[in-house]
Design a protein around this ligand. Sequence first.
Ligand code: CDP
Ligand code: MG
Length: 735
Amino acid sequence: GKGEKGEYIEVDENEKLPNSEQRKWEQEQIKSAFFKFGAKDAKAQDEYELLLDEQIDFIQALQLEGNQEKKDEEKISEYQKARLTIEETKKSLPVFPFRDALIEAIRNYQILIVEGETGSGKTTQIPQYLHEAGFTDDGKKIGCTQPRRVAAMSVAARVAQEMNVKLGNEVGYSIRFEDCTSDRTVIKYMTDGTLHREFLSEPDLASYSVMIIDEAHERTLHTDILFGLVKDITRFRPDLKLLISSATLDAEKFSTFFDDAPIFRIPGRRFPVNIYYTKAPEADYIDACVVTVLQIHATQPLGDILVFLTGQEEIETCVEMLQERTKRIGKKLKELIILPVYANLPTDMQAKIFEPTPEGARKVVLATNIAETSLTIDNIIYVIDPGFAKQNNFNSKTGMESLMVVPISKASANQRAGRAGRVAAGKCFRLYTAWAYKHELEDNTVPEIQRINLGNAVLTLKALGINDLIHFDFLDPPPHETLVLALEQLYALGALNHHGELTKAGRRMAEFPTDPMLAKMLLASEKYKCSEEIVSIAAMLSVNSSVFYRPKDKIIHADTARKNFFHRHGDHLTIMNVYNQWADSDYSVQWCYENFIQYRSMKRARDVREQLVGLMERVEIDMVSSISDDTNIRKAITAGYFYHIAKFSKGGHYKTVKHNQTVMIHPNSALFEELPRWVIYHELVFTSKEFMRQVTEIESKWLLEVAPHYYKSKELEDSTNKKMPKTVGKSANNF
Ligand code: CDP
Ligand code: MG
């Protein structure tokens, strides 16, 4: 029958893949050999190996039968062969026929809402059209915001290539801790967070002639706040053109918010996409993804595959599993090119995902939801959607923030499926049941502003002189209690006084493009005379991927190498050790290789550190070292993160001090087997349990020193620092 809104054809359960029997069998196998990462016992491992062998047999059998739909394959490979020139590609995009009409509309209206399907050319083409039409002739720039850094970088690279200029000259990008623009830049891509911060130095955006708030439908916190800020500016800068660009159906809502601005719709082109659901929920969706990829590869006509996963770790696991299995299958199958895409992907790897697939090969792209609308990868015919995404969630009752994997919304699921139908009819494999889609998924994703901590946003708004946040022009206002909590937190950190006004410390904190707690930690390093160390720790914390490299075939070596860096007081000092030793090696690649450290992450940490040192200079904090006294370093950390304190309770569990929530030390932590009485953590990550990541031992009496207005000594009773028995905790390794 027809799917939602008649857009998709929903396929009868029994007409799934040609080999639905096989697939059913496999799913049962997967369930029986169910295991989770990091906790494979020997038996599960054996079963799993067995499963692998059988599966490979089955795939080879299929291959020998030549179960291929030849005609379709020829059609798609023709498309692949027709390597369009850049000029031809530009002309082939859906936005191209509307070039003149669009420019006309922009000339006629100050604010325009642009709506068009993902991949129609909004992000890459419209700024070029505007540049060609003379919108930069007066020396002003065209700005375009992106919610994600990878998108900002890769789109800028693409546009520079299309315009045949060097990236960073006429076309550039600016993201947190990295500015790749110059005086000559006329088209500037940036993250929404970067523009938010630019308001601090240029409140009227005087250097821009056009501002495009792109991917508006993503509704990130920064984008939502920008809506209010840019709307305000258009009132006193009649010469500034404002474009709000969106992929989905929110256009009317944006139009209403922007005083009934006209909507310019770019008609989309989309081929039908068949949707397949699993019959039963998947026990392990990573494994199910791998199986589905191989199955498509073995049985379906050529055409690239896009898999949606929730984060870097999952993606890397999946890459490894696919590499391992394709290796075992050998030459019987066509080449499968496996490519990851996630937020911290190094630049050289980013370019690879856009390279055309070689003839006769198939590409599989494993992406976070960045590929949902922000990035368009051509030639995708198959989409695999496990139905999850990582989301930052803030509990305004407890004031706790944590990153968790949550089910996506129907709107997201449909965007994902749509990625399969750009160049030809496609297929989308949903690794959840049709019932779950209909009954369990929400219609839309809740905008970030209504579900995350507003500390950083409120601090920046205060620094912009916007004092009355309750009456700020929000598209959708945040919950009242979230705003109040943010104000309270900033007050506790000393950024606001009891009138809610920015203090001197608050002004200095606002200089840092970071969470207020991290900013406070950086400021506190002045008092504790350890700015060198704290800046290194902050830089390492900002590289939010793990710096420790753990290849499957060398896990024991890698873990030993990691343990060599462990500091007895915990992870902050451990990552500081890593940074310092790397610096001592003269930032050597070889050193990273020998110590199982990710060179790329370290390189980024070094860049971030350099930026932070510059900012420290701006707030006039001298760089001094206190390497011999780690108490000072830990006190500075505590001065920033005193919200994140947990106290040992029992059975390997901790309780957060203010809200009595049960949390555990992450198994990767240096303190996993130590279990000190009082700890401070950097963040909470929810997987099977609420885990604290980056944990350091502290003394509770420090809390009275660094946050006397927040902690009462009564809460901190029992502040001995004796260690807990070591027997507990080991069994907690089943996350
Ligand atoms: O913004 P919208 O989703 O409407 O489309 P776009 O991002 O401007 O993409 C238009 C075309 O540019 C697509 O065919 C992309 O594949 C291509 N593109 C690319 O080749 N490399 C990039 N880094 C970004 C886009
Ligand atoms: Mg776009």
